[in-house]
Design a protein around this ligand. Structure first.
Ligand code: CA
Length: 695
């Protein structure tokens, strides 16, 4: 369309303005996204996914004049993780429950909104909140995944549904939270569910019709089963020997829930592959084999989806060490030569630089303290594991843990400073074998007893644990594999990062502060208190030459939901999209709600019942309602819920599922009425601690 416009302009002197009035983003515009500094056309900004804006109106000199230009309040207080896309003056963003919004980028006026009507009970299948990390734009359509496994195409102008395909077996606990990517006229999408028991894969669909073009499975089918008839068939036949036993019982895992990066230089797509299912390698694969392609990066042919190469950071994965974390492509001068590399800082704590031409490891260094290895053997590219790290001799407190030294929150790379800005964290977790393992259909199936992480009931004990938890922004030199500066945010689970040509790094944090730092020194230059925790990554764009910085605010996600140690506790206000510009003066008011008092329950239970309730709660309920029933506030704090005092109502909610439309399913499949009453006994005890000790 752009070509046509140029031709018409030459022939008839038609004014084409920017040449993009029709708003159609075609393949050539996606290829050249870096030259369209006014827009943010793909998840990571460009195909290289560096999250680097070429705009420089907002810079070290002007940053102090930044102010709120406009804001938009959404209909949800759940986690907001999306990267907004910006195309020719329109912002497209996604929110909790996979809703899609289009807004005027200058005024914030809502242009349209699409609700895919995800059934509320799907929330139970989501390990890490009902989040969505963003959309893709191509050829007049907006593409988005839904929590219940659909891939949808919407008309970019009207928000009307064009097509929808179901990409997963919806009878299984699959979810989609990741952003689709456009590769050569196709839409690529993965899925999640590794904690529940699924088999991971990535699929490519024709962008116009929604017809499936190819699919690549990351883990093999059962031994002896007939091939899938997928792009992965050939390589699966070769790597099946890295698995042992009845590994398909819980799917094997290996979900591709985040990084899917198109590498034009080598006509390949790099996918990041998730953890094993169940986590414990002994349960999953008899403790034998590397279990390819778990916790790996795999390069696939961009046309056929066929295997090209892989690098596995965590062979025989057993800690929830996904390698799905964001991948950045760049060309770096290493040893005097320009090397086309990919960079990744996955959960296991290592910063990897990998040669994209062949998958060879260039270098690996831990960017935060780690205790599961003594380093990476550069001859083999394999981690050198510490004895005991596989919790084979009893519990092992791993740092980093499944929460990740770095999770999905995108890092950024500035080709100006040659630094990578990593939202890193230190969150240790204790692992204990859950032997003998009993699977639970539809529920979490880890093979790991997380209940040993139960928190103490004294202020000093809690303080000591909280002091261990760290959240930092690290400026990392990927060539020297060395930290250049860091900013301490206090607690973990902070926002994704944006780097700009103005020499700035933008990042929000769990406290709700949105900050601009000097990209070279780390000095804080500007800050805005959103009063709502931030996990999403910012983007920058311009309209009529004026630069804006936009970020979704709304706390949640895995750690944000489950941890009683977030920086911004209590019931949450609705999330917002905040847009800043030089001289912005829009009003901003956020009211925090009172969390309410602890509910005092008169009923009495035996010590055995309370203990049983503790076991059930800490393994089943805590992942949403918080460890030791201390909720972060994203989901209800059960210690303050009036339901707690009402035995009948507690049964109706927890056992029968009367709130399933809100995401709280009934647990009658897994828990007896006695079990459910035991959870009430436990939570009532927790409420009493809150009432008497205030903790
Ligand atoms: Ca996981």
């Amino acid at each position: 369309m752009r070509k046509l416009c140029v031709v018409l302009a030459m022939a008839f002197l038609v004014s084409c303005g920017s040449g993009y009035e029709d708003g159609v983003i075609d393949t050539s515009r996606l290829d050249g996204a870096a030259s369209e500094t006014q827009n943010w056309l793909t998840y990571g900004g460009t195909y290289e996914e560096q999250r680097y804006s070429g705009l420089e109106e907002i810079n070290a000199e002007t940053a102090s004049s930044l102010g709120l230009e406009w804001s938009h309040e959404f209909d949800t207080a759940r986690g907001l993780e999306a990267t907004p896309l910006v195309a020719d003056g329109v912002i497209y963003t996604t929110t909790a429950w996979s809703k899609v919004h289009a807004l005027d980028a200058t005024t914030g006026k809502l242009l349209w909104k699409y609700d895919p009507k995800v059934p509320g009970e799907t929330g139970f299948k989501a390990c890490c909140d009902v989040v969505n990390r963003g959309a893709a734009i191509y050829n007049g359509k907006i593409y988005s995944g839904t929590l219940d496994g659909r891939l949808i195409a919407l008309d970019a102008k009207t928000g009307k549904l064009v097509w929808s395909v179901v990409t997963v077996d919806q009878s299984k606990p699959y979810t989609i939270t990741g952003a689709p990517r456009i590769v050569k006229g196709r839409v690529l999408i993965g899925n999640g569910g590794g904690e529940y028991g699924v088999r991971g894969y990535v699929s490519a669909y024709d962008a116009e019709t929604g017809k499936q073009a190819w699919r690549f499975y990351t883990v093999p089918p059962a031994k002896g089963a007939k091939p899938d008839g997928a792009a992965s068939d050939d390589i699966i036949a070769k790597m099946q020997g890295t698995w042992d036993g009845d590994y398909t019982k819980f799917g094997g895992g290996g979900t591709v829930w985040d990084a899917i990066v198109y590498d034009k230089d080598f006509n390949q797509v790099l996918i990041g592959v998730g953890n094993g299912s169940p986590w414990d390698h002994r349960v999953r694969s008899n403790g034998k084999g590397d279990n390819l392609f778990l916790s790996s990066v795999v390069a696939l042919d961009a046309d056929t989806g066929k295997y090209k190469w892989h690098y596995q950071g965590t062979p025989a994965e057993t800690w929830d060490f996904t390698q799905t974390q964001p991948i950045i492509l760049a060309s770096l001068k290493i040893g005097g030569a320009d090397r086309k590399v990919m960079m990744q800082a996955p959960k296991n704590g290592f910063f990897y630089v990998i040669d994209r031409s062949n998958g060879k490891l260039v270098s690996a260094k831990n960017f935060v303290p780690q205790n599961w290895t003594s380093g990476v053997d550069m001859k083999t590219g394999r981690p050198i594991e510490m004895p005991g790290a596989r919790y084979e001799n009893g519990p092992f407190v791993a740092n980093p843990s499944g929460h990740g030294a770095h999770n999905w929150q995108p890092m950024a790379f500035s080709p100006k400073t040659n630094l990578v800005y990593i939202p890193a964290q230190e969150v240790p977790m204790a692992y204990q074998s859950d032997a003998p393992f009993v699977g639970r259909e539809g529920g979490w199936n880890l093979g790991v007893n997380l209940a040993i992480n139960t928190l103490p009931d004294d202020e000093a004990g809690l303080k000591a644990i909280r002091a261990i938890l760290k959240g930092v922004l690290i400026a990392w030199d990927p060539i020297k594999q060395k930290e250049m500066w860091r900013v301490d945010h206090g607690g973990p689970w902070n926002g994704g990062v944006l780097a700009t040509a103005g020499g700035l790094v933008f990042q929000g944090n769990a406290k709700g502060e949105f900050n601009a730092f000097n990209a070279t020194s780390g000095k804080k230059l500007w800050s805005f208190d959103s009063k709502i925790g931030i996990v999403a990554p910012p983007v920058s764009y311009s309209v009529n030459g004026k630069q804006y910085v936009a970020v979704m605010v709304g706390y949640g996600g895995g750690y944000g939901v489950a941890s009683p140690f977030t920086e911004n506790m209590g019931p949450r206000p609705n999330g917002r999209l905040l847009v800043f510009a030089i001289g912005g003066k829009a009003p901003y008011k956020v009211e925090r709600m009172d969390p309410g008092p602890a509910v005092v329950v008169k009923d009495k239970w035996s010590t055995a019942t309370v203990a049983k309730g503790a076991q059930i709660f800490e393994t089943t309920c805590s992942v949403c309602h918080g460890g030791t029933a201390r909720s972060s506030g994203v989901l209800p704090d059960l210690r303050r819920s009036p339901v707690l005092a009402d035995q009948k109502l507690w049964q109706e909610v927890v056992h029968d599922g009367i709130l399933k439309d809100n995401g709280m399913v009934g647990f009658s499949k897994w828990l007896s009425r006695e079990d459910v009453e035991a959870t009430r006994a436990y939570v009532a005890g927790r409420a009493k601690v809150l009432a008497t000790k205030g903790i």
